[in-house]
Design a protein around this ligand. Structure first.
Ligand SMILES: [Zn+2]
Length: 123
């Protein structure tokens, strides 16, 4: 299966390297699994790698499978994103102008400083 990344050279760590301590207190390095995209592409036929690649939180965000039909993942991600966006918009968009603050606090200061007069008139 072929995967395409947003980034030209992109390394995705699927399982990080880690140290294992045995019963005798000896440490040994257990190699993790990572893949590297070159020229935005990575291809594998290893079902284990494919599964791991699809399970990362950045799947569908930073990279995705080519021709991948997995509507469940996509819909879940899209609706989740949409909800967040609309909440964000109501919390931080100025009711008086097209300004969009980065936070509710930012919006408050914006309204106070830019529309201070209007706000008091309306009250
Ligand atoms: Zn404004």
């Amino acid at each position: 299966m072929k995967f395409v990344s947003k980034f030209k050279e992109h390394r995705v760590v699927l399982i990080p390297d880690r140290y294992i301590v045995d019963n005798y207190g000896r440490r040994s390095l257990q190699k993790g699994i990572s893949v590297e995209f070159h020229n935005n592409e990575y291809e594998t036929d290893d079902p284990k790698i494919i599964k791991l690649l699809k399970e990362t939180p950045i799947y569908g965000v930073h990279y995705r499978g080519v021709g991948d039909v997995d509507p469940q993942t996509d819909i879940a991600k899209q609706t989740g994103k949409k909800e967040n966006e609309s909440i964000e918009a109501t919390l931080t968009s100025c009711p008086f102008c097209p300004f969009n603050a980065k936070s509710a606090f930012g919006l408050k200061s914006h309204v106070r400083f830019v529309h201070g007069d209007k706000v008091s008139e309306n009250i």
